[in-house]
Design a binder for this molecule. Sequence first.
Ligand SMILES: C[S@@+](CC[C@H](N)C(=O)[O-])C[C@H]1O[C@@H](n2cnc3c(N)ncnc32)[C@H](O)[C@@H]1O
Length: 233
Amino acid sequence: MGGDQAMSATLYGLGVGPGDPELMTVKAWRLVSTAGVIAYLCANGGESTALEIARPFLPDSFKAIAIDMPMKVEREVGQAAYDSGCARIAELLEKGEDVVFLCEGDPFFYGSFMYVFERLAEKFNVAVVPGVTSLTAAAAELRQPLVGRDEVLKVLPATLPAETLQAELATAHAAAIIKVGRHFGKVKAVLAGLGLEGMAISHATRPDQTIQHVADIAADTLPYFTTIIVRRP
Ligand SMILES: C[S@@+](CC[C@H](N)C(=O)[O-])C[C@H]1O[C@@H](n2cnc3c(N)ncnc32)[C@H](O)[C@@H]1O
């Protein structure tokens, strides 16, 4: 194929939303259901959350690029997985084939697509298709507005040290704590120390969604796909 076709091929960084396939945008649905090549991350050779969300709309046949991401390893191993996955994507873009890269939630809200974007955006056409974030899905499922008027919302990864979480939460009107998983015990202790209440929502908008008061949870860990919403009374 000629260079012009390669230049016209597009990589789509596509947000598929937080879990309920009906929360995919019409644009995401159109691009997924007509895709020739679909790329996605899978953890430790297992399933891909983003692919599962998009499953009802997948075309009958497509080329799959599964980027296997070992989750509990050094940063360099993850970088190598992105390098080789992006090389496979680049090969098809160079042949003039569009590639749809599926991302859970929104691609640019703590999304893995940013690592693909930084590798390929200078050389190829890249379109970013926003998705419904887990943050807004969590608020909707909790039936709890996130912020209003002149309030400030903080998004805090639970991976931060306890002192940082404490300092940030001490001045927050409202906060969403993400990447909770095995950091739950630390987050619970920080919230209790500040006299703040939080609601933990796991797998928001999926059939196995759970909602609990943080203070009522005895376990030390929660699923990775958990967000804690904190709102100062
Ligand atoms: C790496 S971030 C990806 C966020 C995603 N790009 C988005 O737009 O929502 C992963 C974190 O988002 C939160 N998350 C993602 N999906 C969720 C869901 N369905 N329910 C609750 N939290 C979720 C969890 O805190 C999880 O640890």
